[in-house]
Design a protein around this ligand. Structure first.
Ligand SMILES: [Zn+2]
Ligand SMILES: [Zn+2]
Length: 333
């Protein structure tokens, strides 16, 4: 089968490799689509020994003994490896399972290939009416953002600021508007992304032309009820703490592995009753709830997938994504 490898310094090589063989309890999935993700940037530069790709939807072509998912099922791939037995797994919180660390597509071969092996319990069935592309969007884009927003009890907010409108940030915008939040501000550099945010009914702030804090405080002198940090940078984490109102919630959904130092004036975070949420991925029941939100017309994800490339043009897919004038870029084998 054809598979892509990241060789470092941005070099992507397409190779012909043997089709993987699923073991007991595993499925072989024919990949239909794999979403390009900002979290791939590090391995695109640094190189990666395995087949990358972790936002996958496809069709089950082989189910081994012990699998419940039948051949022919259309599924999205839930990447946290999980034991299936502990208290977290019993509640569908595979993202919190402490017994099977590692993520599919990171600690195993991923979806930039024609086929991928997936443990049966990581295959989330797509309902009729949910496309493969929507299946991919239900992972990092909608899954990650909506999980952070559910933990934040976002439905009680009257005002929100989303900092950074890449796929996860724009997923947050889509979900907040689906929940009926009246004032959703979006701070972002790309005019392309700001235009899409506006189509969702959000209030765009061009962060390179307008002072975000002045704009927010002009309308909401105490700050907003909810800030969603979807950049993954210390400066925007600080900005979140500065622009949330006393008693408000900050939900950190951006990928940030660095040290978080909260060395801001005490009045900004120490004495303001701020709830700070750091979420990871999403739960399996949430995935199914999000499918229903799409099917009943409440959640519109169609603006979130902006481009599509064949696997052979994976480098061009990354160039498009890194330009900033895209949202989720789909890659099809
Ligand atoms: Zn991702
Ligand atoms: Zn578990």
């Amino acid at each position: 089968m054809q598979a892509a490898y990241f060789r470092g310094n941005g070099v992507i090589e397409l190779c012909d490799v043997p089709r993987p063989v699923p073991g007991p309890g595993e499925l072989l999935i024919q990949v239909a689509a794999n979403g390009v993700c900002g979290s791939d940037r590090k391995i695109l530069e640094g190189g990666f020994a395995r087949i990358p790709g972790h936002e996958v939807a496809g069709t089950v072509v082989e189910a081994t003994e012990g699998c419940q998912t039948p051949t022919g099922a259309r599924v999205a791939v839930y990447i946290p490896r999980h034991c299936g037995a502990c208290v977290y797994c019993q509640a569908g919180q595979g993202n919190l399972c402490p017994h099977k660390p590692g993520l599919l597509g990171w600690s195993t071969d991923g979806g930039y290939a024609e086929y991928m092996v997936v443990p049966d319990r990581n295959a989330l069935p797509l309902e009729d009416g949910i496309s493969m592309e929507q299946g991919v969007l239900l992972l990092d884009t909608i899954g990650t953002s909506s999980h952070g927003l559910r933990l934040a009890r976002c439905e009680t907010a009257q005002s929100a600021l989303v900092i950074g409108a890449g796929p996860v940030g724009m997923g947050a915008v889509a979900y907040l508007k689906a929940m009926g939040i009246p004032d959703v501000y979006v701070s972002e550099l790309s005019p392309y992304r700001l235009a899409i945010a506006e189509k969702y009914g959000a209030l765009p702030i061009a962060a390179d032309q307008e002072d975000v804090a002045s704009r927010i405080r002009a309308d909401h002198p105490y700050g907003v009820d909810l800030v969603v940090e979807a950049v993954g940078a210390l400066l925007t984490i600080w900005q979140s703490l500065y622009l949330v109102r006393p008693g408000g919630v900050v939900s950190l959904v951006g990928e940030y592995w660095g040290k978080v130092e909260l060395e801001r004036p005490k009045s900004e975070w120490m004495i303001n009753d701020i709830t700070l949420i750091r979420s990871f991925y999403f739960t399996i029941p949430e995935f199914h709830e999000n499918q229903r939100l799409i099917l009943n017309g409440k959640l519109d994800v169609s603006p979130l997938a902006s481009h599509s490339y064949p696997l052979a043009e994976l480098r061009a897919a990354y160039d498009a994504f890194l330009s900033g004038d895209t949202l989720k870029v789909m890659v099809t084998p």
